[in-house]
Design a protein around this ligand. Structure first.
Ligand code: GLP
Length: 261
């Protein structure tokens, strides 16, 4: 995997938005896999700025959701579908038809998971999947010890993740659902390019385990080591526990300009 250490979150957002722009120029109807949380916001802001400036045409782009709470109605402001409508679709000027995601309000949750996994494959697969990382190393909502071969399915959140996400629910952990639908690790690994963004000191241990630890289900993000094109973009704080930080700086600084991430 490639590790790129950037000075701050805004630089990370710009770098990844540039990669998305390059992809959309090559493939205007690319399927972009998007993540929620605070970390990806600089990416969405940078991409929206490029669209406003006329640097890229996203009118044929398609957007795929990574995970969703179970039991929240789609119109709930904190359902990930609503969050992505506000943070991605509307700023990019995309219609609801450009979006695909699992139905977190389905009565048959297992059926909804299988249908979403199938829909992703039928759509031609995700071209670039943007990922954040949980403090426990989760990607999507694949909590520690998720099977590295898992497909889209229902998961139970750890208490730590519910505590971390309570800030989106008025700080009230009772409002944070216990269950979620998430693309599985096996599903995520089928995207053509995985780009994980991590910022802040709170992610430093998870980043070190992801990049320099063994491939192990206890750190779900370590599965990126199995992917032929995985890029981990970290700010200095999130990189602070990396033993090979200087090597990563050196390789990126000496990369051919044309190569991109
Ligand atoms: C949630 C999401 C993940 C995200 C994580 C980290 O659990 N399901 O996709 O990576 O939060 O969020 P943040 O970027 O806000 O730290």
């Amino acid at each position: 995997m490639e590790v790129v250490i950037v000075p701050d979150a805004a630089a990370g957002g710009e770098l990844i938005a540039e990669a998305m722009t390059a992809l959309l120029r090559r493939k205007p109807d690319a399927l972009l896999g998007v993540a929620t949380g605070s970390t990806p916001l600089p990416v969405y802001e940078a991409l929206a700025a490029k669209v406003s400036a006329g640097a890229v045409d996203v009118s044929r782009a398609r957007i795929a959701q990574l995970d969703e709470y179970v039991g929240l109605p789609a119109e709930h402001p904190e359902s990930y579908r609503s969050v992505l409508r506000r943070q991605v679709l509307e700023p990019l000027g995309l219609a609801a038809g450009a979006f695909m995601g699992p139905d977190g309000a389905a009565s048959d949750v297992q059926g909804a998971c299988e249908a979403y996994d199938k829909a992703l494959a039928e759509a031609g697969g995700v071209d670039l999947q943007l990922l954040g990382i949980g403090t426990d190393g989760h990607i999507g909502f694949n909590e520690p010890c998720s099977s590295l071969a898992s497909r889209t399915r229902i998961k139970t959140l750890t208490e730590q993740t519910r505590v971390d996400n309570a800030r989106f629910f008025d700080g009230d952990i009772k409002q944070v659902p216990h269950h979620v639908i998430t693309q599985g690790i096996g599903t995520i690994l089928q995207a053509r390019h995985l780009v994980l963004l991590a910022t802040g000191e709170g992610k430093a241990d998870a980043v070190a385990a992801t990049v320099e630890g063994p491939v192990a289900a206890v750190c779900p993000a370590s599965a990126l080591q199995l992917h032929p094109h995985a890029t981990v973009v970290v700010d200095e704080a999130a990189a602070s526990e990396l033993k090979l930080a200087d090597y990563f700086r050196h390789t990126y600084a000496n990369k051919p300009d044309w190569q991109g991430i």
